[in-house]
Write a protein that binds this ligand. Sequence first.
Ligand code: XLS
Ligand code: NI
Ligand code: NI
Length: 439
Amino acid sequence: MSFFDNIPQVKYEGRDSKNTFAFKYYDPKRVILGKTMEEHLPFAMAWWHNLCANGVDMFGVGTTDKSFGCVPGTMEHAKAKVDAGIEFMQKLGIKYYCFHDVDIVPEDPEDINVTNQRLDEITDYILEKTKGTDIKCLWTTCNMFGNPRYMNGAGSSNSADVFCFAAAQAKKGIENAVKLGAKGYVFWGGREGYETLLNTNMKLEEENIARLFTMARDYGRKIGFTGDFYIEPKPKEPMKHQYDFDAATAIGFLRKYGLDKDFKMNIEANHATLAGHTLQHELRVCAVNGMMGSVDANQGDMLLGWDTDQFPTNVYDTTLAMYEIIKAGGLRGGFNFDSKCRRPSNTFEDMFFSYIAGMDTLALGLIKAAEIIEDGRIDEFVKERYASYESGIGKRIHDGTATMEECAQYAAELKKPENPGSGRQEYLESIINNILFRS
Ligand code: XLS
Ligand code: NI
Ligand code: NI
């Protein structure tokens, strides 16, 4: 069964191509800084946005038909989505996919055992259909926010019964990760947060989230899951305050509970901006803490305060993100397009145009980030800016051998320090522009 007959295989044609179904920058076999573009950019399709979301929003019903010729809510439909997803990925040369449990099967509202049987059936089907292809699972996750039982959270629920359902879902999700050979299992906070502290025991909720993570880690390692667990920070939405606010908060939390060896970060661009950070900031926090895991590739809209999950098309942002990722040695995971077509972009062609735009924008970001690194002026400037820590008192401070008395004595002798030097921000920004826009 094929769904995208009118769409050709999407290939690289170069920046002068006007072919709507061609990559202008993503040239999978092109080598950049010693690795091919496809090695730098392990792209993944997000099941939920691409195969499930139909444009429904708070103000209106769906605009895109994602029934794939079947009745939604049936296993027949679930299987058609597998077929459509594989065809879609193959046409674009995408090697990975990510999903929530209930993206791939309809959840039985009455009995979790029925849902689990369906998950067994569909994961068998995915394995059968991807056999002989180079398509693999990047990560699995569980929807622990949609079902009404999670109205007060999952691991952070006030109800121990609900906690057990979260544990049961995550257990199955990790089993699916092992079965499908996934590189990771993601915890996005869903409703792990609060609306008002007047009804919330924050301490207990946070401790229970840590228990859930610990159970997941222990069970996963027991059944042979060798991949990474990921936390996906987000500061708000759906809850007013979410516990995994940003990378720094989540990393501190993991360290507090001894989970930092098994967990890494899954950084989403739009969540970074909701937290008042840039994507580059979040990635730098991961890099300096050895927590660079995976990326949910998308972008928000600076004029809107919510998670719009737009496809990444801002080259400035992807360039600075790729700069961080390359310098950190690459991602352990990949680039999952947690992005959806705008509601009026409601055709199957738009699904392809969106992915082509997103893949090309990350590819162009990679090309430009490599040029910034090869150019060397930025890195050189930063190195020079901190040169006072390479010798003398500065070196002893950084090594941890200088005492407070010694620093004070040094200051007393100096009487007044020299001007610490211009930060040269505008000059550095002009270098980025020069590299981005030179022909
Ligand atoms: C929601 C999150 C979600 C996670 C997976 O904002 O981005 O889609 O990526 O649960
Ligand atoms: Ni996400
Ligand atoms: Ni999101």
